[in-house]
Design a protein around this ligand. Structure first.
Ligand code: APR
Length: 229
């Protein structure tokens, strides 16, 4: 029986692929107001601005590639049962080969009906006003906006609870319920947090801090974990 690993990732794991984080200097929230481009109110006020924001990020995603950290996590699956729980809306974990990925905040390469959150279609190009979902309603990005429910958290919690190893990579842990996942890890689970900056450490037992950027820190930890088995 393979040991279970749960990994919580944030924008930091995709930074070295060239995708901006949100709260680092020069981050996305310095260029846009969250309430204008990532909230239901912003969508109601100016849907074109919201569509432009996600169209621009989707176009960029199609130009970038997974980095060493994404690939290292995929390699863990050879000896562990790995669940990636990501706050990221990119598909870099999947492109790197991870097979169990939970997207807490939605996916940039999907769109859905404004009337039915379960009416979801693939989306690899711009969404325009007037583009319709199969149910005839306007298409919107399949992204969880601030103030909206995070249904995938229900699938993520048991994965953290049952993990023998819990790894946190590249997240400022300021957005809930994602950040609250750290409290579900078992006391005796081995835990690591990988981040190049002095991110505030969550108060959880047995947590080790690897102060490195993801391509270095994740690669180093994965090599160690693969050697352990
Ligand atoms: N490697 C690893 N971590 C990095 C790197 C790197 N190369 N560069 C930056 N980081 C770290 C930063 O130090 C920070 O702790 O990544 C984290 C990025 O934090 P945020 O920008 O807040 O991103 P994230 O935690 O994913 O934001 C959570 O907030 O805006 C919402 O929905 C959005 O999913 C997002 C959520």
């Amino acid at each position: 029986m393979k040991k279970k690993i749960a990994v919580l990732t944030g924008a930091g794991i995709s930074a070295e692929s060239g995708i901006k984080t949100f709260r680092d200097s020069g981050g996305l929230w310095e260029e846009h107001r969250i309430e204008d481009v990532a909230s239901p109110e912003g969508w109601r006020r100016n849907p074109q601005l919201v569509l432009d924001f996600y169209n621009q990020r989707r176009r960029q995603l199609l130009q970038v590639a997974p980095n060493r950290a994404h690939y290292a996590l995929a390699e863990l699956e050879s000896k562990y049962s790995v669940t990636i729980i990501t706050q990221n809306v990119d598909d870099l974990h999947e492109r790197a080969g991870s097979t169990q990925v939970i997207h807490l905040h939605g996916e940039l390469l999907k769109a859905r009906s404004v009337l039915n959150e379960h009416c979801i279609v693939p989306c690899h190009s711009d969404i325009k006003l007037g583009d319709k979902a199969p149910d005839g309603a306007q298409l919107r990005p399949h992204i969880v906006w601030f103030g909206e429910a995070v249904p995938e958290i229900e699938n993520a919690i048991p994965k953290v609870r049952e993990a023998d190893i819990f790894i946190i990579i590249g997240t400022s842990l300021v957005v809930y319920p994602a950040a609250g996942l750290v409290n579900y890890a078992r006391y005796e689970a081995r835990k690591w947090l990988i981040d190049p900056n002095d991110t505030p450490m969550p108060l959880v037992p047995n947590l080790r801090f690897i102060q490195q950027k993801a391509t270095v820190g994740v690669d180093m930890l994965v090599k160690q974990l693969l050697a352990d088995v």
